[in-house]
Design a protein around this ligand. Structure first.
Ligand SMILES: NC(=O)c1ccc[n+]([C@@H]2O[C@H](COP(=O)([O-])OP(=O)(O)OC[C@H]3O[C@@H](n4cnc5c(N)ncnc54)[C@H](OP(=O)(O)O)[C@@H]3O)[C@@H](O)[C@H]2O)c1
Length: 215
């Protein structure tokens, strides 16, 4: 499978590296063609690097791994035509630190996942993976137990494809909880303030939710 991973930060490089290791073709997307971090990643991993548009044009599946607050800007640069009809996995969080405090925007009545689906109605947006650290995304065994991930989005087939990708990462399908439509991106994005407090509490990022129900 050909993947575009938009974002040269830790999340993008980790996801891209795992996909290459799994035998997929990956182009890491950046604002600029000559981003040194992307070029170094490509040289080390065997993947490719390019602009957001070049990556999105290349990928059969597109992963959005840029900061949530600039996701629309990055995806506009990627180009609506390069996203149309494709599964678009949104792993972003709309987090920014203001006056030393972590703040979400949008929050409660909207989400980045919904913003992306509205702005790119022909893309098949699936929100997932944003609730765990990127090392855990691609190696769930870092955390013991039957901990879980979420998917949400409007397209059932797209969610099934993302669940299959998560399976390649090591997440059994029964640990991927389908929260329904893209509206649920609000709640998984709002998990982030608690995730940050938990990281401060534990002193590391190797943790995740394990939900148990009575039936
Ligand atoms: N890191 C994790 O473990 C983790 C876990 C869960 C979710 N996430 C989410 O994954 C996303 C990426 O996080 P990250 O820490 O890897 O990287 P990041 O620093 O949040 O994002 C880096 C990317 O954002 C792009 N970017 C920055 N400003 C931009 C702008 N004004 N317009 C367009 N693009 C811009 C950069 O482009 P250039 O390449 O051109 O510099 C770069 O590709 C975030 O939304 C984060 O919440 C991360």
């Amino acid at each position: 499978m050909r993947y575009a991973v938009l974002g040269t930060g830790q999340a993008g490089r980790t996801l891209g590296g795992k996909l290459v290791a799994l035998g997929h073709e990956v182009t890491l997307g950046s604002r600029t063609k000559d981003n040194p971090v992307a070029l170094e990643w490509a040289a080390d991993s065997g993947g490719g690097a390019g602009t957001f548009a070049e990556a999105a044009s290349f990928g059969e599946v597109v992963v959005n791994a840029v900061a949530g607050r600039v996701a629309l800007t990055a995806l506009e640069a990627a180009g609506a035509a390069n996203l149309a009809g494709k599964v678009l996995v949104d792993v972003s969080n709309p987090l920014a630190f203001e006056d030393g405090e972590a703040r979400l925007s949008p929050v409660e009545s909207d989400s980045v996942g919904e913003q992306i689906q509205r702005a790119f109605p022909d893309a098949r947006v699936v929100k997932s993976l944003n609730t765990v650290n990127c090392a855990v995304m691609v190696d769930p065994a870092r955390v013991p137990g039957g901990h879980q991930l979420f998917v949400c989005g409007e397209d059932a087939d797209a969610k099934a494809r993302v669940t299959a990708m998560l399976g390649e990462f090591g997440w059994p399908a029964d640990r991927v909880l389908d929260l329904g439509g893209i509206r649920a991106a609000r709640s998984v994005e709002m998990w982030l303030p608690l995730w940050l407090d938990l990281m401060r509490h534990f002193g590391h990022a190797d943790f995740n939710l394990e939900l148990r129900t009575s039936r």
